[in-house]
Design a protein around this ligand. Structure first.
Ligand SMILES: [Zn+2]
Length: 664
């Protein structure tokens, strides 16, 4: 029988704190469920997380194929809300041409009517594949590549496009985003598994044989492409690639520096072909110089056939659902989906037409009243940070002033900032069939993106769909996005008690605001410019010394006796949690309000996972597992000790000399 993390996880937590305080090795947690002791009712003093959530943990059943259950982040709730929108819109009629409803209804009907198995490959795609195969020079292939970017939504060989300038976030700069792989095989795969490179060759051979090449030729081109993949992989800085702060590696190249690198490709001609106004392109953002040099080196006439193969692979991957069903050899490329036609269509619309359901989602699930309450809470949280940062006398006055300037400059983005699109732009969509409909639809947003180059950047840009169950902080814009989906209960309820909301969504907001000062985002100044020198060196050193202690503190938490939380990997997130809790708990003054706040906080992290999921999360996730996010944060907070009268010997107790703080 599968042993789920809830029991052993809770046991491990209780043991780690009761028996050892923190940090020392744990008693072995055994493999059989029989030997995990039956847990009695939890006390807030011993395991606060389980105390709050244990009722929800009872009689849990995991849905087939899932590794998490009873999560407060309930994706099913959001999926159901979106399905309801789609169903209602599809059932209605008489929509204005080009409106969101018009697009959703047409997309649904056209998708449902399209016979992916039997409809021939769209002629346009056949022509494109022929065109790629017939390209007789690198120059010609690059022209086709530009067209695939412009009209078909591919990212192109060079993966270049406008993005916010990290050094001057008021403008966009042409940015070379480092490639991560060839033919769907990532460079990480190549690093971790010696034989991953074979997949590049095998997939190339498969594509070429279905397109009519004989085995020898396909094998030759496939091998050449695998060699290109090895060259690019060898030149790629994977550490930089995996660093969430890719900005650290960015440098700005001027036009002639880029021309010096690209001796084999005419960058101006390429960008012009995509549709950029190249008179506005004066600089480029580059974050992997060596990869760029290696990229230029592959564009030789000798490599033409291999590059054509790669391009075919890109096109077939992007439009696989229209192409793969026609080649029996590609059966493995078609995801089998046995859900009902209705569910398939809903899934497709939710994925592809998210921008259309999004404003309707806001209208249905968000109101001015909610927004006022939310903004009020944001302002209270800002005031809380203002107070604790002002009092952080371990930092110089100058640095505190700078941090406060950054705090005051934070902008909120909520559902109120999302507007419906201009129907005129979408009224001429091609409704002949689903393929043509999607193509004409995507062309509009690609063109918008191309045309936006050179336009001023708004800090109110929506960076996350409002129907996504999440929130985020963006260091360049110095803004936080609070989606509408995350205003669902238990995070927020406009009729709930203020402190319950503060411990729920308030903690999420404070967490995002806290990211402004985490170990990564602190490298951006109050204007959102990447500028590691904006804080005095002495204060930066003090901040880093605190980091070390925080890393040690979180590493003292252990799962199953062996898996320590990775303190380095989770530092930014743990700090955001800890700072957030220090901030919001400073806003609650009575016993009753504090209890509501802490309990609500533990509620939003409610979830049960399989052991494997926990181990996986500890290994790879920048967030600590839910139980740590609650118990480790509470165990280091004086106000929690006061609220629940935690004493030495209690499970939640950590000796004062081992506790940490973000701002105190
Ligand atoms: Zn975070």
């Amino acid at each position: 029988m599968k042993k789920f993390a809830v029991t052993s996880l809770a046991a491990a937590m209780v043991l780690s704190i009761v028996v050892t305080g923190c940090g020392a090795p744990l008693p072995e947690v055994t493999e059989s469920t029989e030997t995990v002791p039956e847990l009695g009712p939890a006390s807030p003093k011993d395991d606060f997380y389980r105390y709050v959530n244990e009722e929800r943990f009872k009689d849990v059943e995991f849905e087939y194929g899932t590794s998490t259950a009873r999560a407060a982040f309930d994706q099913k709730l959001i999926d159901d809300q979106i399905e309801e929108i789609i169903d209602d819109v599809v059932a209605g009629s008489g929509y204005e041409k080009g409106s969101e409803e018009y697009i959703i209804k047409n997309a649904y009907d056209l998708y449902s009517a399209y016979d992916f198995e039997n409809e021939p490959i769209p002629e346009e795609l056949v022509e494109l594949m022929d065109e790629i195969q017939n390209a007789s020079s690198i120059e010609e292939l690059m022209q086709i590549d530009a067209k695939l970017v412009r009209d078909y939504g591919l990212s192109g060989f060079l993966n270049v496009g406008p993005d916010v300038d990290p050094f001057d976030p008021t403008r966009r700069v042409m940015t070379f985003v480092p490639l991560n792989g060839v033919m769907g095989v990532s460079f990480q795969d190549m690093r971790d598994q010696l034989y991953a490179i074979d997949s590049v060759r095998d997939d190339a051979i498969l594509i070429l044989t279905v397109r009519g090449y004989d085995e020898d030729t396909a094998g030759k081109y496939g091998t050449e492409l695998a060699n290109i993949a090895i060259d690019l992989f060898s030149a790629t800085d994977l550490e930089a690639f995996e660093d969430p702060m890719s900005f650290k590696y960015c440098s700005i190249y001027n036009k002639s520096q880029v021309d010096d690198v690209f001796t084999n490709v005419d960058i101006d001609a390429y960008l012009k072909e995509i549709g950029f106004d190249i008179s506005k392109v004066d600089s480029y953002c580059v974050s992997d110089d060596d990869q760029l040099v290696a990229l230029n080196a592959i564009f030789t006439e000798d490599n033409l056939n291999a590059l054509k193969t790669w391009e075919l692979g890109n096109l077939i991957t992007q439009y696989g659902k229209y192409i793969s069903p026609h080649y029996t050899q590609m059966a493995g490329y078609i995801g089998r989906d046995y859900s009902s036609d209705h569910d398939k269509a809903v899934k497709e619309i939710s994925n592809v037409f998210e921008s259309e359901t999004d404003p309707i989602y806001v209208e249905r699930h968000y109101s001015k009243e909610m927004d006022d309450a939310l903004i009020g809470m944001c302002d209270d949280i800002r005031a809380g940070y203002r107070e604790i940062i002002s009092n952080a006398t371990w930092l110089s006055q100058e640095t505190r002033d700078e941090l406060l300037r950054k705090l005051e400059n934070i902008v909120y983005v909520t559902g109120m900032d999302l507007e419906r699109h201009d129907t005129a732009e979408y009224k001429n969509l091609n409704t002949e069939n689903y393929f043509k409909f999607c193509l004409s639809y995507h062309k509009i947003s690609i063109k918008e993106q191309i045309d936006s180059f050179g336009e001023p950047v708004s800090r109110k840009d929506i960076l996350m769909p409002m129907q996504m169950f999440n929130a985020c902080y963006n260091p360049s814009f110095n803004n936080i996005t609070i989606t509408v989906a995350i205003t669902n209960a238990p995070f927020f309820d406009v009729n709930a008690d203020y402190y319950t909301n503060l411990g729920g969504l308030g903690m999420v907001i404070a967490h995002e605001m806290g990211h402004a000062f985490d170990s990564n985002c602190i490298l951006f100044n109050s204007k959102g410019e990447y500028d590691p020198s904006w804080i005095k060196t002495e204060d930066m050193d003090t901040l880093i010394a605190r980091n070390d202690k925080a890393v040690e503190y979180f590493e003292s938490f252990v799962f199953f006796g062996v898996y320590h939380v990775d303190g380095e990997q989770t530092l930014g997130e743990n700090y955001a949690d800890l700072g957030a809790m220090e901030c919001v708990s400073s806003l609650a003054t009575t016993q009753e309000d504090r209890e509501k706040l802490f309990e609500s906080f533990a509620t939003i992290w409610c979830q049960i996972c399989t052991d494997e999921q926990i181990i996986d999360q500890v290994a790879y996730d920048v967030h600590s597992p839910a139980v740590i996010r609650v118990n480790a944060v509470c165990s280091t907070l004086d106000v929690f000790y006061e609220t629940y009268d935690i004493q030495e010997g209690d499970g939640m107790y950590v000796a004062p000399e081992n506790r940490i703080s973000r701002w105190y």
